[in-house]
Design a protein around this ligand. Structure first.
Ligand SMILES: Nc1ncnc2c1ncn2[C@@H]1O[C@H](COP(=O)(O)OP(=O)(O)OP(=O)(O)O)[C@@H](O)[C@H]1O
Ligand SMILES: [Mg+2]
Length: 361
């Protein structure tokens, strides 16, 4: 899929002592200069993947390739990759410059050159004025930057980041996400970041690898993941989705007509083969793809509001339509329909051309 990948996991499996499967036959290509996130629930194999790339872990089977060269047997310090750990792993008794220059000292780089590179790396992360500060005196965000500078100072081909922002509070985290993305774009270095925060992954990645139980569910751009989830897991995991067990009716031109409970949807037929009429399908429709009407309409179904949740600009309605089917609908707070109150009856219409189906699930 990626032409001439920089980093490749080829049929990589990892079974730990005791038999836990960390990774199960994973193929993954990462291109030059890409920002790729590994996203998935706890225990799905994100950190294991990163550690295999870094060389802290050996695969049970399969190979790790960099620029087409097999690096599976290389030790971490012999790989032109660097890692930013979740807890930063800074040395508290050293100052900022010593922390950042540590890797260069190990590599026996000359003192003058270390000084120059450390300054350059600290300027890059906006900490040029903290070069002699003690690490213990720094804020969480500043420590995070020191860890970044330390990882970047050796000019790695790939920067591996394991939940790099998880220790920061929400505001700082958002600011650092933007900085991280800018830094990556400026350097053109390939970044592989582990996160379990989908908002973070969606906002800063070129591509996202969604993982589940040691396997890859889907690799796609943020928009494609959101608009065209390939599996039930991804549909459920990314964003908020109404999942309805439905039935295929027919395919006419650009649309599949499907029954989803009492609703009939015409979903775009631009992806995958047409399901046979009568075949079970999983209908996926986002809360923002449903509209609430005050009065009946041919293409709407009756619904009762069970509860509402206030989200600032929008309101999320939890409604029930015929057959006990529950749906979530996101609607502007002020519409012609009037106030939305629990117990009220409304009419729900799927927006034209919205929704997706997954066959055979
Ligand atoms: N050293 C180890 N020994 C045994 N089992 C391990 C080891 N490291 C990881 N595992 C297991 O492998 C699986 C994948 O772990 P991994 O750390 O890669 O998950 P993760 O996706 O990073 O999760 P989290 O979001 O919680 O950090 C888990 O079931 C975990 O318990
Ligand atoms: Mg982890």
């Amino acid at each position: 899929m990626v032409r001439d990948p920089l980093l490749r996991l080829e049929a990589v499996s990892k079974v730990f002592d005791g038999g836990t499967v960390g990774l199960d036959n994973v193929d993954l290509d990462i291109g030059h200069g890409e920002f790729v996130s590994l996203l998935g629930p706890s225990g799905c194999g994100k950190t294991t993947s990163l550690r295999l790339m870094a060389g802290f872990e050996q695969p049970t089977s399969g190979r790790v390739l960099l620029d087409g060269q097999d690096i599976t047997a290389l030790r971490p310090y012999d790989r032109p990759l660097n890692t930013v750990f979740q807890d930063y792993a800074l040395f508290p008794h050293m100052d900022v410059a010593e922390n950042v220059g540590f890797g260069l000292t190990l590599r026996k780089v000359s003192g003058a050159e270390i000084g120059r590179k450390v300054k350059e790396a600290l300027d890059l992360v906006g900490l040029g004025d903290k070069i002699h500060a003690r690490v213990s005196m720094l804020s969480g965000g500043q420590r995070q930057r020191v860890a970044l500078a330390r990882a970047l100072v050796c000019s790695p081909r790939v920067l591996l980041l394991d939940e790099p922002l998880s220790a920061l509070d929400a505001n700082l985290r958002e600011q650092m996400q933007i900085e991280l993305k800018r830094l990556q774009a400026r350097l053109g270095t390939t970044f592989v970041m582990v996160t379990h925060d989908q908002t973070e992954a969606l906002s800063i990645s070129d591509r996202i690898v969604v993982m589940n139980r040691g396997k890859i569910e889907q690799i796609a751009s943020p928009a494609e993941l959101y608009d065209a989830p390939a599996t039930r897991f991804v549909a459920h995991f990314i964003g908020t989705m109404n999942l309805i067990e439905g039935k295929a009716l027919e395919t006419t031109g650009a649309f599949h007509r499907v029954a989803a409970g009492p609703m009939t949807l015409e979903v775009p037929a631009d992806r995958g083969a047409a399901p046979a009429p009568g075949a079970p399908v999983l209908v996926c429709i986002r809360p923002e793809e449903l509209s609430v009407l005050a009065s009946p309409s041919d293409d709407a179904v009756a619904a009762q509001i069970m509860s509402t949740v206030f989200y600032g600009p929008t309101l999320r309605l939890f409604v029930e339509i015929g057959g006990g089917q529950k749906l979530m609908i996101d609607t502007p707070r002020r519409t012609a329909v009037g106030a939305f109150e629990a117990g009220a009856f409304v009419h729900v219409r799927p927006n034209r051309g919205s929704g997706r189906i997954l066959s055979g699930t």
